[in-house]
Design a protein around this ligand. Structure first.
Ligand code: DON
Length: 317
């Protein structure tokens, strides 16, 4: 296999270098032709499909970057793990998981027909569960969104982060399916308020980040909610376990099972082309490449993570 034949591994020197990351980008960027940039949200289709970035935060909190690491893109579904964390902090694990399940699925991220027969959404990573989770965060108006934004700024130590208003408006104008899901949840008595929480969901998806920001998010959950610079304000082992287990079973949607078998690492993707990876107790990885496969996961992103995992022997299993 690649891992056995890779000289980096055979030398016993498995520390991450920028050259290693650049090589992984070079080996994989051609695969962008196998995917397509998300176009169901018109504003997302405008992104340049050539962008590619790979970032690692090592176990010592050192940042190693390659490719278009300054390029911003929308965080999309990766915001769901931050929202879940805040909802659990405020409401407790038991209450949150009385309203949403923790099941894997063979259905796409915007699947909703199970709401007709099941009492609650399948998990907090699919849209139905995620919209419900955002509605559980306390506060009126934009406050729940602001909490998500503030926590992302804290984790990344990047105060320039904000949401992209054009993407937000585009999501809102064309998000009929999410609107439908919201009203089904409301009809079932799981959500009470007006469309504010739906708008907060669209806003959280529109937050702009870089691959480095995602690597820091991955690191945070890999290190019991400790920040890459050692700040332990939110340190919480149970929370890190909860979030990473969700990432493992549902973070890549209906591809999660195959991904767990091949890569074996808790990961969360978004249709902006980003993936955040947590290597428990070790590193955080962030990737960006906008062309997506049929599941809504970055094609090149997935291949780069597979290679990095093989070279460094990161697979948990
Ligand atoms: O709900 C949506 O349609 C998007 N704003 C977010 C979905 C997403 O990122 C799914 N990902 N792979």
């Amino acid at each position: 296999s690649y891992a056995q034949t890779n000289p980096i591994k055979e030398d016993g020197n498995n520390s991450v270098t920028a050259e290693m990351l650049n090589q992984i980008i070079e080996n994989n960027k051609k695969y962008r032709n196998e995917g397509e940039v998300a176009n169901y949200i018109p504003e997302l289709s405008k992104v340049n499909p050539e962008y590619v970035a790979l970032s690692v935060v090592t176990d010592e909190g050192k940042i190693i970057n390659a490719g278009d690491v300054n390029q911003k893109f929308t965080i999309q579904s990766i915001s769901k793990i931050i929202a879940l964390m805040i909802a659990v902090e405020e409401q407790g694990e038991q209450k949150v998981f009385s309203k949403v399940g923790y099941y894997g699925t063979d259905k796409p991220f915007n699947h909703y027909s199970n709401l007709e027969t099941d009492k609650i959404p399948l998990n907090p990573m699919m849209n139905a569960g995620a919209i419900l989770i955002t509605s559980m965060i306390e506060g009126t108006g934009e406050e729940p969104f602001q909490k998500i934004l503030e926590r992302i700024k804290y984790i990344t130590k990047n105060n320039t982060i904000n949401y992209n208003k054009a993407v937000y408006n585009s999501e809102r104008e064309t998000g009929d399916r999410n609107k439908g899901i919201f009203y089904l949840l409301k009809n079932k008595g799981l959500i009470e308020e007006s469309e504010e929480s739906l708008n907060n969901y669209f806003k959280q998806c529109s937050i702009e980040v870089t691959a480095e920001d995602l690597a820091k998010i991955g690191f945070y959950f890999a290190h019991q909610c400790q920040r890459f610079d050692g700040d332990i304000r939110y340190q919480n082992t149970d929370m890190a376990r909860l979030i990473q287990s969700q990432m493992l079973i549902a973070g890549m949607y209906d591809f999660s099972g195959e991904y767990a078998r091949i890569v074996g690492l808790p990961s969360k993707s978004g249709v902006g082309g980003g993936i955040a990876v947590s290597v428990p107790g070790k590193m955080g990885v962030g990737v960006f490449s906008p062309a997506l496969d049929e599941h809504g996961n970055s094609v090149v992103g997935y291949k780069m993570i597979s290679d990095l995992s093989q070279i460094l022997g990161l697979n948990l299993f």
